[in-house]
Design a binder for this molecule. Structure first.
Ligand code: SAM
Length: 233
């Protein structure tokens, strides 16, 4: 059985009892960064029944096909494997999609243990429409490709959700303003952490706010869909 286990996106308290139990019982925990997952296991003193520490195997974009084969082999032998990412729900802008596809193809059971994800946490805090939304993960890093990607979705009427790095925030917001016009938007930064910050307003206002200071941390950008007017002002 493969278990897809959600882990905190910042606040370590945001993990379920079921996830902690499962992590202590799995034969193998597949994760991105073993040090980061180890920290979570240590924080909760997750141990196997015999007191030993669960075994961690790293799995990320540079792992290569050998690692995927190894995990599939373990699952084929009837072992239980838990997949976690560095934060949030595995597969969501994180590794695991190929593994899940192959597991389904081979008829192996897969179960998801739900938990926090930055996109839904940001959406419900944004003040933008939640009835319909689309998630695009990370946009291309180069401006021309980014603008092209944005122009393909400029007529969407639902709330648009993106992950972005602090280094590209301003340039991406400017490309959005250029492509979409000056729509209502939101930047949700450091969600669930000590310095959580939600900046709401028109794209031009948000650009202005962030232009005068150093931008750090993890962030989600949300933009109103075409023609959607909420009630921020
Ligand atoms: N799997 C994760 C999830 O379910 O949200 C997403 C992983 S993705 C590699 C990391 C990106 O998610 C960050 O660059 C940021 O855009 C967003 N993110 C993750 N944690 C966040 C947080 N605490 N606050 C704001 N954005 C966050």
């Amino acid at each position: 059985m493969l278990y897809l286990v959600a882990t905190p996106i910042g606040n370590l308290g945001d993990i379920t009892h079921r996830a902690l139990d499962l992590l202590g019982e799995a034969d193998t925990i597949v994760c991105e960064d073993t040090r980061r997952t180890q920290k979570l296991l240590n924080h909760y003193r997750v141990r196997r029944k015999d007191g030993t520490v669960p075994s961690l195997v790293s799995f990320h974009e540079h792992s290569g096909p050998g690692r995927l084969r190894q995990i599939l082999e373990e699952l084929g032998q009837g072992k239980s494997v838990a997949l976690v990412s560095d934060s949030g729900v595995p597969l969501i802008s994180d590794p695991g999609f190929e593994l899940v596809r192959e597991v389904i193809r081979r008829g192996i059971r897969v179960e998801a243990l739900p938990g926090p994800s930055a996109l839904l946490t940001a959406l419900v805090l944004s003040g933008l429409a939640v009835d319909r939304f689309s998630f695009f993960g990370f946009l291309p890093q180069k401006s021309a490709a980014r603008r092209k990607a944005l122009s393909e979705i400029k007529d969407y009427r639902e709330t648009l959700i993106f992950y972005e790095s602090p280094f590209r925030l301003i340039r991406t917001l400017e490309d959005m303003k250029e492509t979409f016009g000056d729509r209502e938007a939101c930047v949700a930064r450091e969600l669930t952490k000590k310095f959580e910050e939600i900046v709401r307003g028109y794209l031009s206002e948000i650009i202005e706010k962030f232009s005068i200071r150093k931008i750090l941390g993890e962030m989600v950008i949300l933009v109103a869909g075409k023609g959607r007017k909420e009630t921020l002002h």
